[in-house]
Design a protein around this ligand. Sequence first.
Ligand code: 0L1
Ligand code: MG
Length: 268
Amino acid sequence: AAPAAPTPPTTRWTIDSAARHLLDAEADRRDVTRITDEWSELDIPTGYLVQEAIIRDKVANGDTVVGVKLGLTSRAKQKRMGIDSPLTAVVTQRMHLPAGVPVDMSRFIHPRIEPEIVFTMKHDLRGPGVTADAAMAAVGEVRAGFELIDSRYKDFSFALPDVIADNASSAGFYIGDIAHDPADLDLALEACIVRINGEVVDTATGAAVQGHPGEALALAANSLAARGQYIKAGDTVLTGGMTDAVFVNAGDEISAQFTNLGSIVVTA
Ligand code: 0L1
Ligand code: MG
């Protein structure tokens, strides 16, 4: 008789169960171990399907998609996380944090914050084949941003598919109140100084983000196109942390001061 076929290992993981696991961790403010340790089939395309399931759940519960973010676009971020590949994720209305309101530390697991260059789109942007110049022609306004990230994974420890599934550690974002026409600025040379309680802790220019934040925007459009999606007029696009992210601790005042885009000051 033919030998019995090997029984495949059983796994409790599905796209929906992984999404629920991460949504519950966020809601309960509880960190979890990386999913790829248990579910080896969680690859990059499956990670994006989990991310989409999470966003569907948020929208079903009254949130609204307002744009796109890039993660891991700078060497500083890639080195810190040990992953050298950028990724995209989704930003929603409820992530938008009002200026001047302290970070609610009771809502987050281990929040970090990072300065970003943020675009508001005036035209749709569809890949594939988008160049940085074409991407910048679709941008209406550029502003300073400060993104609050809060990985649902213990110690921010994850492989690329895990962090894609976790919507790239998204938690919140602040947007500066000074808007510029991007044609008026050299965004590669737009500098940023990060301070904690008045002490300079990091600096970077826009060139840290893929050489120019427009390259990151093009990358997002082309990566979304591979999944049948595009960036829409009116969308907010967070182009990725310029520096490493710093931990937010209760009592801190953390600021990001830009050359032309103004400053954002966050307290906790
Ligand atoms: O916005 C980001 O760069 C987040 C990317 C995910 C990695 C992380 O948690 O830093
Ligand atoms: Mg970011």
